[in-house]
Design a binder for this molecule. Structure first.
Ligand code: NDP
Ligand code: GDR
Length: 372
C-alpha cells in the first residue's frame, strides 16, 4: 500500500485528491491547520473512526510556516508521495498579506523539500508542487505552454514563482522526483466562496431565492481557462507516476470571460440577463424569467453591479493554456466542460439557498455570509 501526504487537504483540490487516492488504495495523510471553528467540512465524509481497524485516512495538525512540525509529520508518515497543495491561494488577498503569502506559498515549499532531504528521503518520496497559470501573469505568448516565459503580477504569483523554481532546483540538485503542475483555474461545488465562479453561482442562487439583493463584482472582462477540479487532481496523481519527473501545463485550451460565467449561471436559474452600461457603471438586469428557480426576482431587477473594491492593483487580464504536452505524455484529457461544471455549481448553490430560504420562511434566524 502506498502512503501519500497531502498539505492543503481541507481545501478544494485536497479533498478531491484524497478521495481519488483512497479509491486507488492509498493510505492518505493530510495536514490541517488549527482553527477556532471546524475547517474540515470538505473531508469529513472520508473521516474514519481512528479506533476501528483498516483506517486509511489520517489528519495531522500542521502549518506550512512551521518547519519542525512539517519535518516531524514527514518523519512519522514516511510518505511515498507528497502533494503540496497548501497555500494562501487568493490572489486579491495576497496584495493585502504579501509577507504571509510569501511565507506559506514560497518558503513553505522549501521547508517541505528540505525536510525530504534532511530525512534522507530523496530516493523514496516523490513531490508534487501546486504551481499556477498566475505565473504567466502579463502573458508573453498565447496560448501559454511549459516553455512560455513567466511574468507574475501579484504577491501570490511571485511567491509561487519561487516555489516553482525551488522545486526544479531540488530535482536538479538532489535527484528528488519533484515536479510542478502548472494548473489553470479549476473550480467545483467545493470551490472557496470568494473565488469568482463560486461567488457568482452562490450569489445568484441567493438572489434568486430572496436571500440577497445584488451581486457586486470586479473586472467582468477578465478571461480565464476554467476546468473542473476533479479532472485536474487526476493529473496531479498521474504526474507522480511517470518514469521521470517533469513539469506540465494543465488546462482546457478554451477561455471565457467572467461576464460569460455570470450569463451561464443566470441561465441555469432560468434568468436571462441584459448587460447595460460600461466600466464601473455596467450592470446586469433581468430581461426574462422562466421556470420556478428564481421566485424572488422580477423582470427589470438589477442583479449585478460593479464595485471597484474588487479590482486588483495589477490584473491578469487573460489566461489560455496549451495542454498538449499533458495530453501526449500523460494521456490526460479533461472530461467535464466548463458549462457542465457551471450547471453543477449552480445546482449545488441553489439547493443550499433553497434550504436557507425555507428556514427563513419559518422564521428561523439566518445569517448568510456577505463578505466576499
Ligand atoms: P484552497 O484555497 O481551496 O485550499 C488551500 C488549502 O491550503 C486549504 O486546505 C488551507 O487550509 C491550506 N492552507 C492555507 N494556508 C496554510 C498554512 N499556512 N499551512 C497549512 N495549510 C494551509 O485552494 P485550492 O484547493 O483551490 O488549490 C490548491 C493549490 O493549488 C493551492 O496551492 C493553489 O494556490 C493552487 N492552485 C489552485 C488553482 C485553482 O484554480 N484552484 C490553480 C492553480 C494552482 P484551510 O482549509 O484551513 O484554509
Ligand atoms: P484567480 O481567481 O485570481 O484567477 O486565481 P479568481 O476566481 O479570484 O479571479 C478570476 C478573475 O475574476 C476577476 N474577478 C473577480 N474575482 C474575484 N475573486 N471576485 C470578484 O468579485 C471578481 N470580479 C472579477 C478577477 O479579477 C480575476 O481576473 C485562482 C486561484 O485559485 C489561484 O490560487 C490560482 O493559482 C489561479 O486561479 C490559477
Amino acid at each position: 500500500m502506498k502512503t501519500a501526504l497531502i498539505t492543503g487537504i481541507t481545501g478544494q483540490d485536497g479533498s478531491y485528491l484524497a478521495e481519488l487516492l483512497l479509491e486507488k488504495g492509498y493510505e492518505v495523510h493530510g495536514v490541517k491547520r488549527r482553527s477556532s471553528s471546524f475547517n474540515t467540512q470538505r473531508v469529513d465524509h472520508m473521516f474514519q473512526d481512528p479506533h476501528v481497524e483498516n483506517n486509511h485516512f489520517f489528519l495531522h495538525y500542521g502549518d506550512l510556516t512551521d518547519s519542525s512540525n512539517l519535518t516531524r509529520i514527514i518523519q512519522q508518515v514516511q510518505p511515498d508521495e507528497i502533494y503540496n497543495l497548501a497555500a494562501q491561494s487568493h490572489v486579491a488577498v495576497s496584495f493585502e498579506s504579501p509577507e504571509y503569502t510569501a511565507d506559506v506559498d514560497a518558503l513553505g515549499t522549501v521547508r517541505l523539500l528540505e525536510a525530504i532531504r534532511l530525512l534522507g528521503l530523496e530516493k523514496k518520496t516523490r513531490f508534487y508542487q501546486a504551481s499556477t497559470s498566475e505565473l504567466y501573469g502579463l502573458v508573453q505568448e498565447t496560448p501559454q505552454k511549459e516553455t512560455t516565459p513567466f511574468y507574475p503580477r501579484s504577491p501570490y504569483a511571485v511567491a509561487k514563482l519561487y516555489a516553482y523554481w525551488i522545486t526544479v532546483n531540488y530535482r536538479e540538485s538532489y535527484g528528488i522526483y519533484a515536479c510542478n503542475g502548472i494548473l489553470f483555474n479549476h473550480e467545483s461545488a467545493r470551490r472557496g466562496e470568494t473565488f469568482v465562479t463560486r461567488k457568482i453561482t452562490r450569489g445568484l442562487a441567493n438572489i434568486a431565492q430572496g436571500l440577497e439583493k445584488c451581486l457586486y463584482m470586479g473586472n467582468l472582462d477578465s478571461l480565464r481557462d476554467w476546468g473542473h477540479a476533479k479532472d485536474y487532481v487526476r493529473m496531479q496523481w498521474l504526474m507522480l507516476q511517470q518514469q521521470q519527473a517533469e513539469d506540465f501545463v494543465i488546462a482546457t485550451g478554451v477561455q471565457y470571460s467572467v461576464r460569460d460565467f455570470i450569463r451561464w449561471s443566470a441561465e441555469e436559474l432560468g434568468i436571462m440577463l441584459a448587460f447595460e452600461g460600461s466600466g464601473v457603471e455596467e450592470r446586469a438586469v433581468v430581461e426574462h424569467i422562466q421556470g420556478d428557480k428564481a421566485p424572488a426576482l422580477a423582470v427589470g431587477d438589477t442583479v449585478v453591479k460593479i464595485d471597484p473594491r474588487y479590482f486588483r492593483p495589477a490584473e491578469v487580464e487573460t489566461l489560455l493554456g496549451d495542454p498538449r504536452k499533458a495530453k501526449e505524455k500523460l494521456g490526460w484529457i479533461p472530461e467535464i466542460t466548463v458549462q457542465q461544471m457551471c450547471a453543477e455549481m449552480v445546482a449545488n448553490d441553489l439547493q443550499i439557498a433553497r434550504s436557507h430560504a425555507l428556514l427563513k420562511s419559518h422564521n428561523y434566524e439566518l445569517v448568510v455570509a456577505k463578505e466576499n
